[in-house]
Design a protein around this ligand. Sequence first.
Ligand code: AHR
Length: 854
Amino acid sequence: MRRPLATALTLSLALVLSGAQPAPARNAAAAPAASLAGYWEFDAGTGTSAADSSGRGHPLALQAGASWAEGVVGPYALAVSPQQDAVSSGPVIDTSQGFTVSAWVNLAGTSGYQTFVSADGSQVSGFYLQLRGDTGRFAFTRLAYDSTAAYGMIATSAIVPQPGVWYLLTGVYNAAAQTSSLYVDGALQQTIHALAPWPATGPLAVGRGFYNGAPTDWVNGAIDDVRAYSGALPAQDIRALAGTGSITVHTGQAGPAINPTQLGAFLEEINHSGDGGVYAELVRNRDLKESSSSPVYWSAVQDRGAAASIALDTSRPLNTANSVSLKLSVASLPSGGRAGLANDGYWGVPVTPATTYHLSFYAKAGTGFAGPLTASLESSSGRAWARATIPAITASWARYTATLTTAQGIPSSLDNRLVIVASNPAAAGSSAWFAMVSLCPPTYDSTPNGLRADLMQKIAALHPGYLRVPGGNYLEGRTLATYFNWKNTIGPIQDRPGHENTAWGYWSQDGMGLLEYLEMAEELGAQPILAVFAGYTLNGAVVPQGQLAPRVQDALDEIQYATGPVTSAYGAMRAADGHPAPFGLHYVEIGNEDFFDTSGSYNAYRFPMFYDAIKAAYPQLKIIATTNVTSRTPDVIDDHYYSGNPGVVAGDAHVYDDASRSGPRHIVGEYAVTQGSPAGTLAAALGEAAFLTGVERNADIIIGASYAPLLVNVDAQSWPTNLIEYNGLVSYGSPSYYAQQMLGDALGDAIAPSQIAGGNGNLWAVATTKAGGTTYLTVVNRGASAARIDVDLAGASAVSGGTATVLAGRPAAMNSIAHPAAVVPVTRRVGPSGPVFTRTFPPDSLTVLTLSAG
Ligand code: AHR
């Protein structure tokens, strides 16, 4: 026998006062208040010292290679294996008086004695907060005196510890009551009489015990957030350390119904969301209007002795909407040479294996220009990935098409350009003109003039109930000359003039026009929420009342374009544009963020003029105001929430709890925690998720919410924090993206009322039920400590199992192009269980429990 503790067990068991009962009240009342004597958070994550945050000056020295692991409270924990520990330089607590020690522990293996916290005497430890090797159970062990011959007093737990699971162990010596108690996860396990306390005057050790005058019983695993108190900590404080609490879900009570629009998406042209983003076009400056002085993003190709130049030219207009063309002048073209033009794309032209790209362009040959032309996708070092030949072009403007198909097995790359060249020496000394050169990869749903597949797949995976388009500031523009004038954005792409996106500072070719926004909604299975220009621009200009009628008519025409029969004027136009079926439109929003208009015109005449005209023509449509109005009663008001502080947005979860149920409903058309760039941190995502629990709980008055902005090209960022990031080739979702996806997957049919009691003070929850017996419980833990929660699915008779999907990590963690999956949810099976079960929600986490509950 290695030690006499086991033989002393009989004696100590005989002294057991109670199992899971609190110590006698008469003695507990006599216990002095506990005060923190040492607190080691183990959050440095580096170095060989663990600071004492109690202010008592007892840092621990990490010994023999003890290091850092992922923490359960804060980012890091102490990582130890045999011979490794962390030790103070002297005593921290007086073990002859009342004291308390607690530690979060996570074992790599559960065999043998492993002592998490102890205090050295001369022969043995003054206490051992440990896993016992003889019973395989957690224990708070004390020896009667400083000798291996002393009998042991062991407060123990019946829990069978599992490797890889965090437990909070708390040992309490109540000197007044002469009792020792052990708590696991805040729950009392056992209280025993403990006599003959003695002072262990050596150092406090974390990760080992002391026996027979030497260190022993090293831990193999991680230890976090160790606290030592002088005095016996009261039971409620011990429960608080564990974050214990409860969530009751009334599965039998039907709360507000979830709206079909509950979680939506919002898209505007910002961050190159459309051009160079979800609009699949790969040629940049297709319409040659990005600069009026030079053909930016285009260059002349003059290879192997050829000499050529390119220039903007207005002398050979394609049409009135696109009057600028690209003139190629070939000065010389020896046999074997190439003369032509190349386009750099949007920060490169993406090339992927076994892919067919559709090329089209308008061209016109000058006198003597001899074909054919060769089009190719080429790397910056000149390697051709795909080639096509266009037979000779004619002297009149005509459209030419070709396909370029890459081989299987080539690497995906972005550092490429589109090249169109002549190589017939007879072309020397001649010119040709090009316009609307377009290159398209396969699009989502194979739609012509369509959308980029990987981005659409990511948006579609959110199952947005609505798509709010086309802005945002982009709708308004900075000036009256540059708002989103929808009539200029429809029809064949070569007939769209484009416009300067003054809201975000770049040219918009309007290939992504009104029809494409509506089709995007359709392809996503979302209803469009159509925002119409309302006579206010970002520079503060307001269309006077007497001049607003044409803008109101534009809005009526726009609605007819979206929804009118093909026999109507604008419905016919939509049909001619390739979409005879009307779109399902239920909501129209008048303007954007009109609270910025301090003139009062929105309430005075702008909103009323649009409201009255639209209601008269389309009484079934619901009208959204962008700020409070008193002149009319809008159906819905669009509220926007942005803050760099996750706590502020989380706090907004309660804004609607006491809001009027009789006035207009609300939509949160834009929300985001702007922390992290180009995408948010996990902390940002958790702040938003907490907010969304409140949005959902108030589904009776909030029809939906959408993150903003949805998309960002990482090479062209206009806004700090965004949901989905990409370059020309690859894309990834932010933690906010995954949080929104998790919440969207847990929407159910109706809210099930729920309450949180206790916990760590940083919990948010929402529960929903779905016909067929599914209960979803979404819990956000924004605290740095885990929360051990008793979940009660009140009204359910059984829980036959389900899944737990958890998004967790360091609060500052982010995804990136290099590490797109640094923060992603993990789904595991849970249950079956009864309707009452206990679950630990990790620090800084979002959890969705999807449970089959009957
Ligand atoms: O989402 C970015 C911008 O924020 C939107 O364009 C505008 O509506 C808001 O101010």
